[in-house]
Design a protein around this ligand. Structure first.
Ligand code: HEC
Ligand code: HEC
Length: 316
C-alpha cells in the first residue's frame, strides 16, 4: 500500500530541520562572538595607543664633536640599523609592507619640511630612541626599542649628535599603519608592535661592558638579532609573519644551525650576505647593517653565539 506522507518520514524531516536550525544558530553565535571579541580587541589596541608613558627625558644635549658624531654614524649604520630603516640621510621612507599586518614607514628625522627633527628637543630624541615614545609620551610603532634600550649614555649622546648632524631634507612621509591583523596579533601577544611596550620600564638599568670582543658584549649586540632569529636564536618563522617573509636561520651551535661553521664563514655572511654554500641570503636579513659592524662587534657576536646551548631549528 502506498502511504501518503508517512508520519515517520515527516517526523524525521522535522527532526532533521530542527537539528539544522540549531547548527546554523550555533555557527552564527560562534561567528558573532568572535566578531565581538575581535571588535573589542581592535578597540583596546587603539586605546592603548593613547596611553601616555611618564618617562623622564634623558639629560642629553647634542654635540658637534666629530669623534662623537663618527661614533653615532657607526651606530646608525651598523648595530642601530637606523639608516636601514630611516634611509641614508635619515629622510625616511617605506621599510616594508606587511600586508594585513600593516605598513612600516620610517619618518623623516631631519629638520627639513615634512621632517620631525624640528619638533623634538635633543632630550626627547634620546627618549624616543631609548624608550620608543613620541614627544607627547605616546608609543611609537614598529621601532625596535629593545635593540637600542641598553645603549650606554655615551652611545645615546653619539646617536642624537649624529641625527642632528644630518642636513635638512624636504620630504613628507605618510605615517606607519597597523592593520586589523597586526592589531589582533599585538593584542593576543603574538608580536608586540608598540615600541614602548616592547621593554620593561620598571627594570633598573644594566651595567654595559665596554665594546670588547667578548661574549659578554656580544650578548648585548645579539639583542639586534632576536627580533627575527628568536629569543633562543634558533630561527624559524616569525610568529604572525606573512608566508612571503623569508624564514630566519638557526644561529645556535646545533647541526641545524652554525654547528660546523668557522668564525671566518660567519663573518663572510655578515659582510656579503652569501653563505658558505654559495646561496645568497634574502636582503630581509639586514647584512647592510651587519656589514658595517667593526671587527670587535663581529668577533663579540661570534663569541656569544658559541656560548649558546644548541637548539634544533625553529624552536625560536
Ligand atoms: C626596523 C626599522 C627601524 C629602525 C631600525 C629604526 N627605526 Fe626609528 N622609526 C621607525 C618607524 C617605523 C618609526 C615611526 C613610528 C610611528 O610612526 O609610530 C620610527 C620613528 C622614529 C622616531 C620618532 C619620529 C616621530 O615621528 O616622532 C625617531 C626619533 C627615530 N625613529 C629614530 C631612530 C634612530 C636614531 C634609530 C637607530 C638607533 C632608529 N630610529 C631605528 C623604524 C625604525
Ligand atoms: C630583520 C630580520 C633579521 C635580523 C634583525 C637579523 N637576521 Fe639574520 N637572517 C634573517 C633571515 C630571514 C635569514 C635567512 C635568509 C635566507 O635564508 O635567505 C637570516 C640568516 C642569517 C645568517 C645565515 C645563517 C645560515 O645558516 O644561512 C646569519 C649568520 C645571520 N642571519 C646572522 C644574524 C645576526 C648575527 C644578526 C644580529 C646582529 C641577525 N642575523 C639579524 C633575518 C634577520
Amino acid at each position: 500500500m502506498q502511504s501518503v506522507g508517512d508520519p515517520r518520514d515527516k517526523l524525521g524531516t522535522v527532526k532533521r530541520k530542527s537539528w539544522l536550525k540549531w547548527l546554523v544558530i550555533g555557527v552564527l553565535s560562534v561567528i558573532g562572538l568572535a566578531l565581538v571579541v575581535a571588535a573589542y580587541q581592535l578597540l583596546s589596541f587603539s586605546r592603548a595607543l593613547s596611553k601616555v608613558y611618564d618617562i623622564e627625558t634623558p639629560d642629553i644635549v647634542a654635540t658637534t664633536d666629530s669623534t662623537v658624531i663618527a661614533r653615532g654614524r657607526h651606530l646608525a649604520q651598523s648595530i642601530g640599523g637606523c639608516l636601514g630603516c630611516h634611509g641614508p640621510g635619515l629622510a625616511g621612507g617605506l621599510v616594508d609592507d606587511l600586508g594585513p599586518i600593516g605598513v612600516i614607514r620610517a619618518p623623516n628625522l631631519t629638520t627639513g619640511r615634512g621632517g620631525v627633527g624640528g619638533t623634538y628637543t635633543d632630550g626627547q630624541l634620546a627618549r624616543a630612541i631609548r624608550y620608543g615614545i613620541r614627544t607627547d609620551g605616546r608609543t611609537l610603532l614598529f621601532m625596535p626599542t629593545p635593540e637600542h634600550n641598553w645603549w650606554p649614555d655615551t652611545d645615546l649622546l653619539a646617536i642624537v649628535s649624529f641625527v642632528r648632524s644630518q642636513p635638512p631634507v624636504d620630504t613628507t612621509i605618510e605615517p606607519a599603519v597597523v592593520r586589523p591583523l597586526g592589531k589582533l596579533l599585538s593584542q593576543f601577544g603574538v608580536v608586540e608592535l608598540r615600541s614602548a611596550a616592547m621593554i620593561d620600564h620598571t627594570a633598573s638599568r644594566e651595567e654595559i661592558p665596554n665594546p670588547e670582543p667578548t661574549a659578554r658584549y656580544g650578548a648585548f649586540l645579539a639583542r639586534g638579532c632576536v627580533g627575527c632569529h628568536g629569543e633562543g636564536l634558533s630561527g624559524g618563522r616569525i610568529p604572525g609573519a606573512p608566508s612571503s617573509l623569508p624564514i630566519p636561520a638557526n644561529l645556535t651551535p646545533d647541526e641545524t644551525g652554525l654547528g660546523d661553521w668557522s668564525k671566518e664563514e660567519f663573518v663572510a655572511v655578515l659582510n656579503t650576505g652569501v653563505r658558505p654554500d654559495g646561496r645568497r641570503l634574502a636582503a630581509f636579513m639586514p647584512f647592510v647593517s651587519t656589514r658595517a659592524m667593526n671587527d670587535v662587534e663581529k668577533t663579540a657576536l661570534w663569541a656569544y653565539l658559541r656560548t649558546l646551548p644548541p637548539r634544533a631549528f625553529g624552536n625560536r
